[in-house]
Write a protein that binds this ligand. Sequence first.
Ligand SMILES: [Zn+2]
Ligand SMILES: [Zn+2]
Length: 245
Amino acid sequence: MQVRPNILQQTLETAITFLYPAQCQVCEKQIGLESVPYMCETCWHDMPLIEPPCCEMCGIPNTEDVCDECVTKPPPYGKLRTIAFYEAALQQAMHLFKFEKRTALAKPLTQLTIEHFPDDCNIAEYDFILPIPIHKKRLRERGFNQATLLANGIAKTTGVQVVTDVLVRHRNTSPQSSLDRAARQTNIVGAFELQKKKVAQNKRILVLDDVYTTGATVHEAVKVLWNADPVEIDVLTLARALDPV
Ligand SMILES: [Zn+2]
Ligand SMILES: [Zn+2]
C-alpha cells in the first residue's frame, strides 16, 4: 500500500506533538522542535547557574573562603559543588525528568553538568562517581535512578567509572521532598548500608546527587561511605534549593 506523504507528515506531527508539548513548560510560549525537550531555548539558556564565590566546603554561594556554618560544624565531605539553583528551567526539567519520567531530559541535564563542571572539581582526579542510591522499591516504581542516569552520562563523556554496588539504600524512606528540615534528618538516618567496601578502599570518590536541599541525604550517605576507608569524598549535585521548607 502506498502511503501519501501528507498522511506521513500528519502522523509525524501527531507524534511530535505527543512527545513535545506545544508550550514551553517554563514560560508557556509556543514551541516546536527545540534542542531541549519541553522548553524554549530562551528559558533553557537562562539557566540559574551557581558562580563563585562559594564556600570552599559546602559550596553555598556568595561566600568567600569557608562559611560560618562549616567553620562551626565541618561537613563530612571535602567539598560540595553544585551546577545551578533549583529554579526556573532547571526545576521544571528535573521535575519532568524525575517525577514524570521524561528521560529524554537526561541528556541535556548531563550536558549541562559537563559544560558547567566547577573549575575546582576536576573529574579526572576521582577514581569513580557514586550516584546516591534509591531503594529498590522506588527503583521499580520509577524505572530508573535519576542520579545513576546522570552519572552514566558524565561517565560516557569523561571516561570516569560509575560505581553502584558500594552503597545501598536498604530502608525505603518517605520521599524527602514531603518532609520539613528536621524530619528529613531523622527520616534518612540508617537508610544506607555498605556492600562492597573494598571497592572504595583508598579511593577518591565523587558522590553525585540530583538535588541538594537540606543536605540530610548527602550527609548520611557520606558518613556511611567513610566506613569503607576511602581517601577522599567530594559531592556534586546538579541543583541546589536555597530555601528548603
Ligand atoms: Zn520558555
Ligand atoms: Zn560552608
